[in-house]
Design a protein around this ligand. Sequence first.
Ligand code: F1P
Length: 299
Amino acid sequence: MSEFAREVLSQPDLWRRGAALARAEPSLLPRPGARVVLLGCGTSLYVAEAVAAYRESAGLGETDAFTPSEMPLSRRYDLAVAISRSGTTTELLDALEALAPSTPLLAITAVEDGRLARLVPDRIVLAWADERSVVQTRFATTVLAMLLGHLGWDVEASARRAELALELEVPEQVDVVRQFVFLGRGHSAAIAREAALKLRETVGAWTEAYPTRELRHGPIAAIGPHTLVWVLDAEEPSIDDEVVATGARLVRGAGDPLAELVRVHRVAGHLADLRGLDPDSPRFLTRSIVLDGGGGTMR
Ligand code: F1P
């Protein structure tokens, strides 16, 4: 079994641990009403976006999320939350250097030491959720469970649904799908972007992701019998008929995008096995993107 597959299976229990940590140490996490920005790259960006959307929609305060290289430095925040499994991602560290010391910082990472530790004294280190696979699953979803749990999400219910998702068969004939399109609204739109990234990273699949209502504004013209459209939440059911009319296959989640993401993880592992790909070390990917001064990648 790949590390990826093992890490996927371990998620529900780690989510419970993340949520328990948020309950035990709420003072470390954003207080209601604070203006907050969350920063991360790749998977960590989509975690940041999901939390930002959920927090703001729950009325808990204005919340932005950016990939650090695109963060507008003119905005003022009460707290910047950096999410990075490795703690070594160059763009993130550069952005934190630019924000400090005027903006209070919090880092959520899997690794104790390094430049992130020197830059950010306040850290939540989830070493127990770290991964061997280059491709992130459980670290990201555990951060999500911890932060969403702090905002009122029922993590236990999601963990139970994820346990069921781990038992389900993957959608039939998923191996003949040429294009995967993930949809969702609000925080689910961000989780849709993460689902799309996961299949890109593990099997190099052709994937796209949109806020559900955006499908009608152009992308629908490019879907058809070669497409699987996967809606991660229970929103906007009226789009189902429009999708089916194109000849595309439709998979619709039961309303819990976290549990649905676990189903996507399983599809990723299944396709990697079928195609003889190593989901732990995808081509051209490294655990962390560390740039030299000129913007090139150092491996
Ligand atoms: C972020 C990240 C991963 C991606 C790849 C490169 O890392 O973009 O999401 O899969 O491994 O790094 P991190 O800042 O969370 O360590």
